[in-house]
Design a protein around this ligand. Sequence first.
Ligand SMILES: [Ca+2]
Ligand SMILES: [Ca+2]
Length: 221
Amino acid sequence: MSSFKVCVVLFIGLCAVVHARAQTYLTCSDSAPPLKGDRGPPGPAGPPGAKGPKGDTGVTVDLEIRMQDFETRLAKLEGQTCQGTKVINGKTWYGPGNGYFYLVIAKDMRYKQAKAECGKFQATLAVHAPRNQGVMKVLRKQITAITEEDYWIGLTDIKGEGNFVWEDGTPLKDSEANWYKGEPNNIRGEDCVGSNFRDTSQWNDYPCSLRKLYALCERQG
Ligand SMILES: [Ca+2]
Ligand SMILES: [Ca+2]
């Protein structure tokens, strides 16, 4: 074979190889997943986040708890009045702890007379203690007479039958009532209220003109 022929054969063979490589490349390019590049370097740090809420410090919380406890105890003390006695115009008045003082005038009187006798001491017939049986329980320990005798309290239905009103103008509430069983019965036109009926500390309505009851007087300090 001449050298010219050898060169032609080699040239044709080289072209076939190049052509085959070009086909392989194209085939891979169409069916294979896209090539993934190398991961880049990390980006710069972002700006700082917003500031969070301020947390409690141990000392502040402890102080707040102690302040709340102090305020609670102070409120209780402000609502209390100590039990005790007070001498007014030579008479000993008894304080059961409800902020008022009490005196029994130990003589048989009509309702109107009992009111007048209390008035001599700038007092009224009792209206606050009889509303609260807890207070009356304390008062009964302090004043022997109200455990043994019947006495007028400041409560009547003079202005409207069956509508009992305290001497301070407030209507009697059901929750305050302490009637003896079957009372009030208005049996003889009874419009004034006495306590300690049959030694029970409960109430009965009596004729206001009945001259048989003591007076339980009440005044502020
Ligand atoms: Ca009546
Ligand atoms: Ca009665």
